[in-house]
Design a protein around this ligand. Structure first.
Ligand code: ADP
Ligand code: ADP
Length: 233
């Protein structure tokens, strides 16, 4: 089964008694191992789509299936679990815990899933190694550069071996060279078999993916195959 399936998804908010149609019938599938970017202007529904795929919210209509689970059928508790195990989040602002070391930040999602401490420490060290931070495991976020912080966040996102790596404007707070390094890391993770979804309003970031889904006014305006994805080395 694909990592994610959206089928006729509508999301309607209420604002001052008036309906706001944020998504108006979106169907989309993310095969396992695929690398997709979602682009669209402000207000097109990107955040709403991300919140649904990330199991933070539920659709008004239609089906959202993440890692084989129909999210709309899950209890709030089951949704919290799937959010912590099936999806790994990467944010523009890194969202690391300032008092924890890099290794402790990476171990945290495993702690929430009840992984024993020896296993957590080992996996955190392995993951930090994989993102090129093997020498910085004991550093706190304020002792790391922006690019290094984002690497910690990516290692943390991978902690529970998620079906989907979901990144929201992952280079938005980085200079262009550091941003390129981070996109190179996503390319490596994709090459290693991870399913990646990047939400961005920047075309040059989206062009790292194999496919760009263009959102406009809550609908998929078009899907674009990227003939030659940017793959920095
Ligand atoms: P971006 O375009 O950078 O994704 P937005 O300004 O569209 O940011 O949205 C930021 C957050 O505010 C999102 O979580 C979104 O759900 C929420 N939001 C956006 N528009 C409204 C609104 N009209 N009322 C309440 N919340 C909103
Ligand atoms: P984007 O991330 O592409 O900017 P959003 O998903 O944030 O788009 O917003 C899509 C539409 O839904 C916009 O019209 C926005 O104002 C509206 N919206 C988003 N979140 C809320 C909310 N919590 N309450 C009311 N309207 C919202």
């Amino acid at each position: 089964a694909p990592a994610v399936v959206l089928d006729g998804v509508r999301k309607t908010y209420e604002l001052g008694g008036q309906p706001v149609h944020a998504l108006r019938g979106v169907s989309l599938r993310l095969p396992r191992g695929s690398y997709t970017a979602v682009m669209g202007p402000s207000g097109s529904g990107k955040s709403t789509l991300m919140n649904l795929v990330g199991c933070l919210d539920t659709a008004t209509e239609g089906r959202v299936v993440v890692d084989g689970e129909n999210v709309g059928d899950l209890s709030e508790e089951a949704r919290t679990t799937i959010r912590g195990t099936a999806v790994g989040f990467v944010f523009q602002t890194f969202n690391l815990m300032p008092r924890l070391t890099a290794a402790e930040n990476v171990a945290l999602p495993m702690l929430f899933q009840g992984v024993p401490s020896r296993q957590r420490d080992q996996r955190a060290a392995d993951l930090l190694d994989r993102v090129g931070l093997g020498e910085r495991t004991g550093h706190r976020p304020n002792e790391l550069s922006g690019g290094q912080r984002q690497r910690v966040a990516i290692a943390r996102a991978l902690a529970n071996d998620p079906a989907l790596l979901l990144a929201d404007e992952p280079t938005g707070n980085l200079d262009s060279e550091t941003g390129r390094d981070i996109m190179a890391l996503f390319a490596d993770l994709h090459a290693a078999g991870n399913t990646v979804l990047v939400v961005t309003h920047e075309r040059h970031i989206a062009e790292h993916a194999d496919r760009i889904v263009h959102l406009l006014d809550g609908e998929v305006e078009r899907e674009e195959r990227v003939a030659e994805p940017r793959r920095p080395t």
